[in-house]
Design a protein around this ligand. Structure first.
Ligand code: C2E
Ligand code: MG
Length: 603
């Protein structure tokens, strides 16, 4: 209860009857009451039990435009803006009756028709026997631009980008909902939403577009849900929804479907049509926890599961998820320790010139084996390394090890071999990669032309200054840039030209279609022709059978990589392989069956 409401309530209850306090029967005013009422800058409105207005002060008239005579005997409906539905008022009265007070922002209408926000606090007044006799409303005009308090309130509790409640207000509302549900013996559902692929849109189309998209999402969410549900933005692309008064899980599922549906149609941002989905994690009070922290953490865990299950879906928390979540945290901690202790290894997978059968380069691929867990797949730990930022340190180690190793092979055995290293988007955008590589090349004496970096297609669309500068600097150093897993992302020809990319590496899913589908063959043929027309070399990865290699040669693909040719092998086996390999151009062998020692083909 605000201090002003408290003071007024105390004052009023100390007088024998409200009307005699405010005004006596023949309208002669009590001097004390008059002074108090005039001195208060907040609007005051008192109704009887039937909600008929029995008293207002000067500030009421100043804020609403209604005089004393115009307001008296009317109901507060006089001030209604029509912006709040029945449910809103129902919930307000429910809370008022349960706790004796309601506070919040409400939109009302002045006499001149202007709709404005006010901060309203309502409490009930009781007589000596405890019977409610009056309602007291104290309000301040939040639309006054100069009201510092108003500004502070908005800044402190509302997200400036979307206008939704922020983390603070969300936290307050969640606590309030929990205590109300405890009294009602009902449930509360907490939804944790994380937009799918928002980072790519933000990185590639720019932060201004990202911001507009977030505002549009916020608008859609708050319009599709009930007024009594709280939609909040916690930051970034994370939103939460609090549903109160839940009695069964089907209510929760219905709302989850409703939210997913609200992402089905596209967003028009500027001249672009954008499409975005969300993954939702849900926890329930009291089933999954009794306090906000536990419920938030469980909803987050469930959201992570939704991402794992392919995104664009909702998942309700179950206790076994906690175990998987803990596993993720364990991997992150183990990763940290493994980086500090140098516990990674590299394997190398040869890439072969299709025309000659010569091994032109090696792709360095990282491996991690934990004594207790065993081998952990790169796809499983690299995403965690990227999310936690550890990837930069790890990739520095990979670059260092791979370059040092390549120099020693080149110098010791006179081999003209290049090395390919995969680089994450995070490293490109924040890791001072160009400076690190420049020093590395200087220290190891590896010629820049012997180093290739493989980057994801979406990195080309990244409009951040850091990424663009890094790519330009890398190119200036004379390092080759390869677009990895080409054909499954969004890059445009414009971007490929802009950064003078050297090579496109077709994704294995595209190569997998070769031999099955005419469409698949057409796609590969088109990519190869397009790359050549742009003066780029083109390579194919994931070649698993002679037929695929046959088509790639027929269509003029330059470089081949895959288990059919060579599997990734350790550094020791790589050198043996390099020294024993005879290019098919020299051996007169059919290039579709490369005979190499099978021990060398195993990882
Ligand atoms: P990628 O860069 O596309 O690497 C090729 C992946 O395909 C490797 O899996 C390789 O073992 C696998 N591969 C090669 N030939 C074939 C084939 O014929 N059939 C099939 N099914 N797979 C084949 P790996 O080593 O598990 O790496 C998976 C991904 O992890 C890599 O995809 C890359 O994105 C990432 N990665 C691996 N090592 C590194 C690294 O050192 N740094 C970074 N940033 N990422 C890495
Ligand atoms: Mg690669």
């Amino acid at each position: 209860m605000s201090r002003l409401t408290q003071l007024l309530t105390t004052l009023i209850s100390n007088f024998s009857g409200l009307r005699t306090f405010w005004r006596n029967e023949n309208h002669s005013e009590s001097p004390l009451a008059t002074q108090i009422l005039s001195a208060i800058s907040d609007g005051i409105l008192v109704t009887d039990i039937n909600l008929r207005i029995v008293e207002v002060n000067h500030a009421f008239t100043r804020i609403t435009g209604y005089t004393y005579d115009e307001a008296i005997s009317k109901t507060p409906g006089l001030l209604s803006s029509g912006r709040h539905g029945k449910e809103f008022y129902q919930r307000m009265w429910d809370l008022l009756h349960q706790s004796g007070q309601w506070q919040g922002t409400i939109w009302n209408r002045r006499k001149n028709g202007e709709v404005y926000p006010q901060w309203l606090s309502i409490s009930h007044l009781k007589d000596k026997s405890g019977t409610i006799t009056h309602y007291l409303a104290v309000f301040s005009d939040l639309s006054q631009r100069n009201s510092v308090q108003n500004q502070i309130h908005l800044l402190a509790y509302y997200d400036t980008l979307t206008g939704l409640p922020n983390r603070e207000l969300f936290s307050d509302r969640l606590k309030l909902s929990l205590s109300q549900s405890y009294r009602d013996k009902s449930k509360v559902a907490l939804f944790f939403l994380d937009l799918d692929g928002f980072k790519i849109i933000n990185d590639t189309l720019g932060h201004a577009t990202g911001d507009l998209l977030l505002s549009a999402v916020a608008y859609r969410l708050s319009n599709r849900l009930r007024e009594s549900d709280t939609v909040a933005r916690l930051g970034g692309d994370e939103f939460t929804v609090i549903l109160s008064d839940i009695h069964n899980q089907s209510q929760v599922k219905e709302v989850a479907e409703k939210i997913l549906n609200c992402f089905q149609s596209t967003y028009i941002i500027g001249k672009r049509e954008l499409y975005i989905n969300t993954s939702i994690g849900i926890s329930l009070y009291p089933d999954h926890g009794n306090d906000s922290e536990t419920l938030i953490s469980h909803a987050d865990t469930a959201m992570y599961q939704a991402k794992q299950r392919g995104k664009n879906c909702y998942v309700i928390y179950t206790p076994d998820m906690g175990i998987q979540y803990k596993r993720r945290i364990t991997i992150e901690n183990d990763l940290r320790a493994a980086i500090a202790d140098n516990r990674f290894t590299l394997v190398y997978q040869p890439q072969v010139e299709i025309e000659s059968g010569k091994i032109s380069s090696l792709e360095a691929l990282v491996r991690w084996e934990q004594p207790d867990i065993g081998k952990i797949k790169p796809d499983d730990f690299l995403s965690i390394a990227e999310e936690s930022g550890l990837i930069i340190e790890l990739e520095r180690w990979i670059l260092n090890t791979a370059c040092t190793q390549t120099v020693s092979w080149r110098e010791k055995f006179g081999l003209d071999i290049c090395i390919s290293v995969n680089i994450s988007n995070l490293h490109l955008s924040t890791g001072r990669l160009a400076e690190y590589v420049q020093d590395l090349l200087y220290n190891t004496r590896l010629p820049p032309s012997a180093l290739e970096i493989e980057i994801a297609e979406c990195a080309l669309m990244d409009q951040r200054r850091e990424t663009i500068e890094t790519l330009v600097k890398i190119k200036r150093l004379g390092i080759q840039i390869v677009i990895d897993n080409f054909g499954i992302g969004y890059s445009s020809l414009n971007h490929i030209k802009r950064f003078s990319i050297n090579s496109l590496k077709m994704d294995k899913s595209i190569i997998g279609e070769l031999g099955n589908e005419d469409d698949g063959k057409q796609l590969v043929k088109t990519i190869i022709n397009m790359a050549h027309n742009l003066s780029l070399t083109v390579s194919a990865q994931g070649i698993e059978n002679p037929e695929q290699l046959h088509y790639l040669k027929m269509y003029g693909c330059d470089v081949a990589q895959g288990f059919h040719l060579f599997k990734p092998v350790s550094a020791e086996k790589t050198i043996a392989l390099l020294l024993s390999h005879t290019p098919w151009i020299e051996s007169n062998e059919n290039h579709q069956t490369i005979n190499i020692d099978s021990s060398l083909t195993m990882e």
